[in-house]
Structure formats: C-alpha cells, structure tokens
Design a protein around this ligand. Structure first.
Ligand SMILES: NC(=O)c1ccc[n+]([C@@H]2O[C@H](COP(=O)([O-])OP(=O)(O)OC[C@H]3O[C@@H](n4cnc5c(N)ncnc54)[C@H](OP(=O)(O)O)[C@@H]3O)[C@@H](O)[C@H]2O)c1
Length: 321
C-alpha cells in the first residue's frame, strides 16, 4: 500500500499528537510526516491541516487530500490543489461541540450576561426584564452539518429557530442529519433572507466563506435586524463586514456581537474590537477538531477508498464549499 503523508502547519507538539491519533485509528496504514517520506512520488493521499502549498507541490502523485478542518476556503483558493479532490472534515463530534458552543453563547446573550457584567463593574444593582426562550427568535445562516446540529440544540432549549441555506428544500424532503429539521422554518435566496432577518432577534452565522458569502452580513442586512438584536459569528470572519458591524453596535441598533472568527487571526492586539463594549472576542474556540474522533473519520474514509477505489465526496469547487 502506498504511504500517506501528513502535511500541516502545527503548533509545537501538535503534529506528533495527530500522527499518534491517526496511526492508532488506522494501524494498517503507513502514515508519515513530511520529513519521513523518502519517495514523494509514491504518495497518493495527503492529510492536511493548513498546509504550506510549496510542501504539497513536492508530492506529484497525490490523488486526493483529506482536510482535518471543516472549513476549506484556503484549500479551495490555493492553486496547488486545483486538480485535487478536497475532502473536508465532517465529524458528528465536531457538530456536537459546535451545537454546545452555539447554545452556550446564545444563553449568554439570552440571559443578559454582557449587561450584568457591565453593571457589576459599575456596582449597579438593576434587574433586567426576563424574556422566555419562546419569545427570542433565532435565525441561523447556514443550515449544513453544523447549522442543523445547532438548530437541534436551540430547539431543545425552547427557542424558535429559522434558518437560511443556499438551496431551497424540496417540499416534503428531509435532511438526514437532523430530525429537528422539520421544526426549522427554512429560507433560501436573497429575498427570503431579508424576510427572515426582519424577524430575527439573534442572528447566528455558520456559513462557510465563499465568493458568495464574503461580506454577506453587511450594513444593509444588519439594518434589517430588529433594533436590539444580537449576532454570533462562528462561521468565518470575512462573512461579516466588520466596519458595518461596528457602526451597528455604536449606533445602538445592535446590542451585542459574539465573535469567534476574524478577518485576521489571531486578532491583532491593536484591533479596536478587543475593547468594544458591545463585542465578546473569542479566540476561534467554538468547535475545535477532536483528534481522536476526527482520526476515526479519516480512517473510515481511507478504508473505503482502499476497498473501493472511490474517493469520498469532495468539496464542490463551483459552490466553493
Ligand atoms: N469557529 C469554528 O471553530 C468553526 C469550526 C468548524 C467549522 N467552522 C465554520 O463553519 C462552516 C460551516 O460548516 P458545516 O460543516 O456546517 O458546512 P456545510 O455542511 O457545508 O454547510 C454549509 C451551509 O451553508 C449554506 N450556504 C453556503 N453558501 C451559501 C450561500 N451562498 N447562501 C446561502 N447559504 C449558503 C449551505 O447551504 P445548502 O444547505 O443549501 O448547501 C449549508 O447549509 C465551515 O465552513 C467553517 O467555516 C467554524
């Protein structure tokens, strides 16, 4: 069997952690770090995590790449991957972790934690009105693997959920990923997006970054939100037009934004978002890939490919995700 190479830019110690987890999950394979490969022309599969394109080019016989991350916008935009099918990470455990994060930060906003934190700093004893979850309308942008998992968690907590996706759902069709899908009002297309946003108190972004979603959350869209609404962005930073978001917060139209993803990461220490009273900054932690479960997903894909010769479903380059 041809060896498999792991290519990535890892934090110290992280590469070894991934090598160990992947080797445990598929002991029948020969998984090598870049430095261990003596014949790059023999390698047909690369497992990648934010790889250096020049390193990828060293492997001329690659047939496909498996990403360890769910978001693949950099791989799709990178010429080194032009001819290669890119298989992204789809892991139920990742979806569970994201759904947990969405619920946690929804409750943070729902129960006014930013306001109570600010009041405590001022030693203010003031009770804000309680709002029941049933009265807090949530709109999710992106009803894919992660959006559907998030919708399930929010519905279970009593929030009414509506969601926006690219493709209209055929009447009667069900999403295999979610039994909750039938209880989510589904919108698609620009006009329906405006309609949804007008009746959304908390907008949650779980969109991938593509040429169509870049700056999709712009000044116009933010204006359509009811006054006092909030935003959670757990998708990708550039989906939001940040200057428009800051304007909406400064004018009081938006109450608060929880941001886990940014145009530039790590968020530069000089960035004004760090100090904005209406912004909660998170260091891209809403849903990290779990090496153990993700390695088992990769092993399943590899075994299927070895057994059938078929490459797992790849990213659609036309759609960009
Ligand atoms: N912050 C973090 O820690 C973290 C962790 C993991 C992932 N992420 C981000 O989350 C994103 C979503 O992941 P996923 O696994 O849920 O992806 P996915 O299964 O591919 O779902 C993407 C969703 O976005 C919708 N969409 C895409 N382009 C659209 C457009 N132009 N207009 C309307 N809807 C559009 C898709 O519509 P259809 O259903 O019609 O295809 C789908 O519902 C990833 O791409 C990544 O950027 C963030």
């Amino acid at each position: 069997m041809t060896p498999i190479v792991l290519i990535g830019r890892f934090a110290p110690g992280e590469e070894q952690l991934w090598l160990d987890a992947l080797r445990r999950a598929m002991p029948e394979e020969r998984l090598l770090s870049c430095d261990e490969v003596d014949d790059p022309a023999a390698v047909e599969l690369a497992i990648v995590a934010n790889p250096d394109p020049d390193v990828v080019r060293r492997f001329p016989a690659l047939r496909w790449v498996q990403s360890l991350w769910a978001g693949v916008e950099r791989l799709v935009a990178e010429p080194a991957f032009d001819r290669l099918p890119i298989v992204r990470m789809v892991d139920p455990e990742l979806a569970r972790i994201m759904a947990e994060a969405v619920l946690a930060w929804t409750l943070y906003l729902h129960r006014n934690m930013p306001a109570y934190l600010a009041q405590q700093r001022e030693r203010q004893w003031r009770q804000l009105p309680y709002v029941a979850p049933a009265a807090r309308r949530i709109g999710i942008l992106g009803l894919g693997v992660l959006g559907q998992a998030a919708a399930g968690a929010l519905l279970a907590a009593g929030f009414p959920v509506q969601g926006w996706r690219r493709a209209a759902r055929a009447a009667g069709a069900r999403d295999s990923a979610s039994a909750a899908a039938d209880r989510v009002a589904v919108f698609s297309g620009d006009e329906e997006l405006s309609a949804m946003v007008r009746q959304t108190d908390l907008l949650i972004c779980l969109l991938p970054l593509t040429q169509h979603t870049r700056h999709r959350i712009d000044a116009r869209l933010l204006r359509l939100l009811p006054r006092g609404a909030s935003l959670i962005n757990f998708g990708r930073g550039p989906v939001v037009h940040t200057p428009s978001l800051v304007d909406a917060l400064d004018s009081g139209h938006l109450a608060h934004a929880v941001l886990d993803v940014f145009d530039e990461e790590p968020l530069p220490t000089t960035n004004a978002l760090w100090h904005h009273p209406g912004v909660t900054v998170l260091p891209h932690i809403s849903a990290d890939t779990d090496p153990q479960t993700a390695s088992r997903i990769v092993a399943g894909n590899v075994r299927h490919w070895r057994a059938t010769g078929r490459i797992p479903p790849a990213v659609d380059r036309q759609r960009g995700y």
